[in-house]
Each structure stands twice: as C-alpha cells, then as structure tokens.
Write a protein that binds this ligand. Structure first.
Ligand SMILES: *Cc1c(COP(=O)(O)O)cnc(C)c1O
Length: 428
C-alpha cells in the first residue's frame, strides 16, 4: 500500500512502467501466456509460482487495476469481477455454503435483495434481514453458529440510509464473523470502510468508479485483517483445498491474503466471472479522475438538494448531508466530504405529476443507471416498479411521487434551471 493521498493514488497506483515501457497501462488482449518449460507452468497450476496462466483467472491489465483499487481502499488485494452482482455473489460464496446463513441490512440495492432473498435461498443459503432500528441484542439474535458474515451498504441504493460501519463491525467481530460492506455509492474517495473496521469491501464499478456509464464491472477487496484461523470457523480458508493439491490459503498465502486469493483461484476459476482486459482498461481511465469527479458530484448534489428543499412543488427531499436529514449525523461521521450525487425527492401531486415532471426535463436524462458523470433521473413508480399499486409501492419503501435523481458533474446552475422548469411544468 502506498502512502500517497487518495487523489494521487487514483492516478498513480497499480501500474508503474519500467524504463521504456508504455506510459499508459496497456491492454493485454491475450487469453493465454507462453512459458519456456512444462515444469514452470506446472508450478503455476500448483500456485507455487506467481504468474498468469489464463485470462479467466488473471491478466496483467486486470491485475494493475485490481492493485489500484486495493490501494484506494487500503486493502491487501482485490479481484475484479464481470459485474457488481458477480462481486457480491462471490464475496458470499467464498466463505458460505448450503445450510449456512448471512445477516444483512434490509435497505440495500434491489438487485442484491433479489440475489439474497431468491437465488441464494435456492442455493440453500439463508439471508436474515435486520434494520438500523433494531437494538444490538435484537441484531445479535439473528446470528448463530452457522452465520458467516454481516452485510451492509455504506450509502444504501436507493434509500440513502448511511451504514453505521463501526457499530456493526464491533457486533460482527464479537460473534467471530467478518463485516462485508458494499461501498459502491461512497467510493473510497468519500469513505474507506476498512478504516472503520470492515473486513471485506465490494463495489459495482459500473457506477462512480467507471463514472462514464461505459462498462459493467465489480470488485471484491480484502482488508486483510480478519483472523480466519481464530475459532476454526472458516475451514475453506484454513484447511487443504483438494482442487490445488492441498493448498491451505491462510498458511500458503498468509492470513492477510487468504480470502482474496481463494476467491480468485477457486471461484473465478470455477464460476468464470472475470472482468475482461478491455473493460478493465476503460475502468482504469475512469478511476484516474474518480477523486475529482466525486468532489464535484458532492458539491453539486448539496446545491441541488438545497434548491429542492426550497421549491414549492417538492414535498420532501432525502439527501444525507442536508441538515435535519435523519442520516445527517452518520453522514458527518462516515462521509465528511459528501454523500455522493444521488438524491431522492417527492413531486407534489404524486404519480401523475412526477410523470409530467420527468417528461419536461431537458438536461437530465431518463435512464435506469445511476452514478455517472451525466445527470440522470428515474421515476420507479412509472418504470422499474410500474406494475405495483400505490399500496404495494409504499410497502416496498417507494412512494408513488418518489424521483431518484443522480446529480452529474455538469454546472450546478444548469441542473437547477432544468429542475425548476420541469417542476413548474409538473403542476400544469
Ligand atoms: C448497481 C449496484 C450493484 C450491482 O452492480 P452491477 O454492476 O449492476 O451488477 C450492487 N450494489 C449496488 C449498491 C449497486 O448500486
């Protein structure tokens, strides 16, 4: 891990060209690697020698970007995956099997809820949901000897609930399990969960990390501090892996590298969900400006949130950095620089007025995506959740008037002018 500040790491970490080598991280567009002897390749297959075997498992371009992200988060290693969904799936499967369970905060990304409540259930893994309102004792009552981890999102998408990382890290550690944090919305520029006791960090790199809505990707980052050997709870890391001639990850790679090494050489190998070299190259270009972009997203979002608060056609505004917001105190602690560019608010007049508002926007684009350089907007009640009645929507935590607004890095005055005009039109 380098000692540079985060802005410098975004530019400099991961790739350092030697004398005469390309200044920019090259795309190694090769599935395979040439070796001079069969025995050298054999050592690679036994994980006795470092090096690349096959691009499903590792690749020099991907490797450089993984090293940059690990450095940004302050972790020991990272594994890029084909999507954020793949990252979350593998982060769990790496230490969880059928018959076991995990505990998760209930306000998390909808795609993750589907994965947890439907697909993992089919695989025999139970996910137990808890809420921030529950006392530590109530939360602890969901943890038993088969619980493998605790899961939450730094800034929950789309509820914008801020995760009290320190509180749940303490709770998880008291029960001998690691804390896994989805840090997608915050990015390591706004919050580094390892500094508050988290053990594993996951991201959908599709969002701010790429930042240009170009490539779908995900990453799992290992904090390297969780002791897998204590208590004999994690035999998949501390006992021989038959698929690698009896490698013991904690012994052969060190406790601090065991989790991410196993995830790569066993799960990426078997499930086949790597990030390819070209998307990794594009992601790296996005990462170079991450610190700059996040700064502007936060400044713009706070300006937009304050404007919305004052607008007569807006019934409520949710942005964690607004004084008076229920998440304000937690946001001050975990997100001192800002709470990213995502805001939600209600348009006066409910579902119908919200649709009029959406149709009247000129700059903000209607897209399913959030968290990139361009301002974008989504009205769940008329799109992603349109099949639900108003009552069903409210049960799902989404009011019919709710607009999810992802503030981009354009000039804030232009974004606000667009909003003002469309809010006016929504009432006509
Ligand atoms: C988008 C998102 C995901 C899923 O990532 P994909 O790259 O779309 O697969 C997971 N978690 C959070 C918080 C997200 O916003």
């Amino acid at each position: 891990m380098s000692n540079f500040k985060i802005e410098t790491k975004c530019i400099q970490s991961g790739y350092t060209p030697a004398n005469g080598e390309p200044r920019v991280l090259p795309i190694c567009q090769s599935t395979t690697y040439k070796y001079d002897s069969a025995s050298h390749l054999g050592d690679l297959f036994d994980l006795k020698a470092p090096g690349h075997m096959y691009t499903r498992i590792s690749n020099p371009t991907v490797d450089a970007v993984e090293k940059k992200i690990a450095d940004l988060e302050g972790g020991t290693g990272a594994v890029l995956c084909s999507s954020g969904q793949a990252a979350n799936l593998l982060a769990i499967l790496n230490i969880t099997s059928a018959g076991q369970n995990i505990v998760s905060m209930s306000s998390i990304y909808g795609g993750t809820i589907n994965l947890f409540a439907v697909t993992l259930k089919r695989l025999g893994i139970e996910v137990r949901f808890v809420t921030p309102e529950m006392s530590d004792e109530e939360v602890a009552s969901h943890i038993d000897e088969n619980t493998r981890m605790f899961f939450g999102e730094t800034i929950a998408n789309p509820a914008l609930v801020v995760f009290d990382i320190e509180r749940y890290a303490k709770l998880a550690h008291a029960h001998g399990i690691p804390l896994v944090v989805d840090n997608t919305f915050a990015t390591p520029v706004l919050c580094r969960p390892f500094e508050f006791g988290a053990d594993i960090v996951v991201h959908s790199t599709t969002k701010y990390m790429d930042g240009h809505a170009q490539v779908v990707g995900g990453v799992v980052v290992d904090g390297g501090r969780f002791d897998w050997t204590a208590g004999g709870k994690y035999p998949e890391l501390t006992e021989p892996d038959a698929s690698y001639h009896g490698v013991v990850y904690t012994k052969d790679f060190g406790n601090e590298n065991a989790y991410f090494t196993k995830l790569r050489v066993q799960l990426i190998r078997d499930f086949g969900t790597p990030l390819a070299p070209l998307p990794a190259y594009l992601l790296n270009i996005g990462l170079e400006t991450l610190a700059l972009r996040m700064e502007r997203h936060c400044v713009n979002a706070l300006k937009v949130a304050k404007f919305l608060e004052q607008n007569e056609n807006v019934t409520w505004v949710n942005y964690p950095k607004l004084p008076g917001n229920s998440q304000f105190e937690l946001a001050e602690k975990y997100l001192p620089l800002g709470a990213c560019g995502v805001i939600s608010f209600g348009v006066k007049g409910g579902r119908e007025a919200a649709v009029k508002f959406m149709d009247s926007l000129r700059l903000a684009a209607i897209v399913v995506h959030v968290a990139d350089a361009r301002t974008s907007v989504l009205h769940p009640a008329s799109t992603t959740h349109r099949q639900l009645t108003d009552e069903q929507l409210i049960d799902a935590g989404i009011t019919p008037d709710l607009v999810r607004f992802s503030v981009g890095i354009e000039n804030a005055d232009d974004i606000i002018a667009d909003l003002a005009e469309a809010l006016d039109a929504s009432q006509k």
